[in-house]
Unconditional design. Sequence first.
Length: 161
Amino acid sequence: MIIASVLVIVSVAVDQLTKFLIFGNAPVSIIGNVLWFQSTLNTGVAFGMFENSNLLFLIISSVACVIFVYLLFSKKFFVSRTQKVCIGLILGGTLSNLIDRIAFGGVRDFIYLKFINFAIFNIADMCVTISVIVFCAYLLFHTIKKDDSEKSKETEVKGEK
């Protein structure tokens, strides 16, 4: 739980600091036509979907944060370090974007992968997205591993009869 708590604090701090330093400046190329910093306020969700729905996503984000905090502190849902790290980063990203929604009426995005014309995003979005992918892979891997283990035990039991 300490690891997850530290990750929540660090992810919020890094996201908010980068937004403070970069947001509102003129677009600037960081790596040629590959990576740009370009500010935009997103009042919807990923890829600008559901634009002007900030209140709805403010409520959803608030509820999600409460659920993630409960899950982290309950000690019965997430037992592995990987799970706790992932949930800590998801909570941190969600909380940081929630701070933006409350303070600015939308989420401040600034990272733009210009070479593929990808949606503009921020550090909090990266924390959430990467952690969800890792969490899903972890669950998939452990489900397969558990199924293999159970099949192995069934084979052993049948062999003994």
